[in-house]
Design a protein around this ligand. Structure first.
Ligand SMILES: Cc1cc2nc3c(=O)[nH]c(=O)nc-3n(C[C@H](O)[C@H](O)[C@H](O)COP(=O)(O)OP(=O)(O)OC[C@H]3O[C@@H](n4cnc5c(N)ncnc54)[C@H](O)[C@@H]3O)c2cc1C
Length: 316
């Protein structure tokens, strides 16, 4: 079976859901090999189907350009014709540089990959969601190697726990020149799932009128991440990191609940690939209803408390 090399720019204790999805995808295409600059990733990668793990001789953290040396060496060692990564900025940055080195094609933000890596990268068809999620394009890889980043929530993760894999250190170390990391600021820890990887996102817009309290309660009840429209982030009601859309983040959850958001095309660009969209808006002509699977015409300050009541009743 041919190797499919999976790149993780960071491994923090346990794999994120996006990383688990990527491993599932790799195993469906061929033999999953992992390469990461993280120190000691073995425990986090203890899943059946993770055949080989490559690291550097020392920890190599993004955006160190030595990550590209590590990737290139791992491609050579594994003989992989297909390299997959998550859609994070650091991962895409390193993989784009790798693609230049290998003179390979790069496809970012894929929502699906089909094929059989044992027949080489040219057997692969890669799907992307484009034009604000209005169309899905399918591209046939015509020459290998292929380097592909995959959007979270595009694949159902299906991994079973296994023995911690053996880790092989390749002769690549962190570079002492090129990039100097002057400092790192940890993001405030949150109990909520990461917005780009969450299975459920509840998002609020100008209709929240400065009060995200009801939405926060709903997020707690559903184990959801909180998103927002640009009107809400520009108003300072919620951090800019929560903005979903063309100039914010792209999410593809199983459920996207939109409250008090009109559904402008720039907002749709970031959420239209959600599997199920529920919209609450008091204007029955709001454009969001054109893409909603379920719509509630009503005042969100009346609708959300009723949803909460029903959710809590069903839990007891
Ligand atoms: C270059 C560019 C990039 C952009 N990028 C983004 C982006 O990334 N993401 C983004 O979201 N926007 C983006 N925008 C802005 C976008 O065009 C819209 O202006 C924005 O999405 C509107 O936000 P909104 O739907 O919250 O506000 P509005 O359009 O004002 O809609 C508010 C909605 O709330 C409803 N409402 C009000 N009160 C209630 C209530 N009590 N109960 C129920 N419903 C209620 C109203 O009926 C209305 O439909 C961008 C614009 C440009 C030009």
């Amino acid at each position: 079976m041919s190797a499919v090399l999976v790149f993780f720019d960071a491994v923090d204790g346990s794999l994120s859901s996006g990383q688990q999805e990527l491993l599932t995808l790799a195993a469906s295409l061929g033999e999953a090999h992992v390469v990461t600059g993280a120190a000691d990733p073995s425990e986090a990668l203890a899943f059946d189907g993770v055949e080989v793990v490559w690291t550097g001789e020392s920890e190599i953290s993004a955006p160190d350009p030595a990550l590209v040396d590590l990737l290139e060496t791992a491609v050579r060692e594994s003989g992989a014709d297909v390299v997959l990564g998550t859609d994070s900025a650091d991962s895409t940055d390193a993989l784009a540089r790798l693609a230049v080195r290998l003179e390979a094609g790069l496809i970012t933000d894929a929502v699906g990959v089909d094929g059989d890596a044992s027949s080489g990268a040219t057997s692969l068809t890669v799907h992307k969601s484009v034009l604000a999620g209005g169309y899905t394009t399918s591209a046939q890889v015509t020459s290998g190697p292929a380097v592909i980043t995959v959007r979270p929530n595009s694949v159902e993760a299906a991994l079973s726990a296994g023995a911690a894999p053996e880790v092989t250190a390749l002769p690549v170390s962190a570079s002492s020149s090129g990039v100097e990391v002057l400092g790192r600021t940890e993001l405030e820890a949150s109990e909520r799932p990461a917005l780009t990887e969450a299975r459920v996102v509840v998002a609020g817009g100008r209709g929240m009128d400065g009060n995200f309290g009801p939405l926060e309660e709903l997020a707690d009840e559903l184990g959801a991440a909180i998103g927002a429209s640009r009107a809400a982030t520009d108003a300072g009601w919620i951090d800019h990191a929560a903005q979903v859309g063309q100039t914010g983040v792209t999410v593809s959850p199983q459920l996207y609940l939109s409250a008090g958001i009109s559904g402008a095309v720039q907002q749709r660009a970031g959420m239209q690939t959600a599997q199920t969209i529920v919209a609450i808006n008091k204007d029955e002509d709001a454009p969001v209803f054109e893409i909603a699977d379920f719509g509630v015409v009503g005042d969100l300050f009346e609708v959300i408390p009723q949803m909460l009541e029903e959710l809590r009743r069903r839990k007891t």
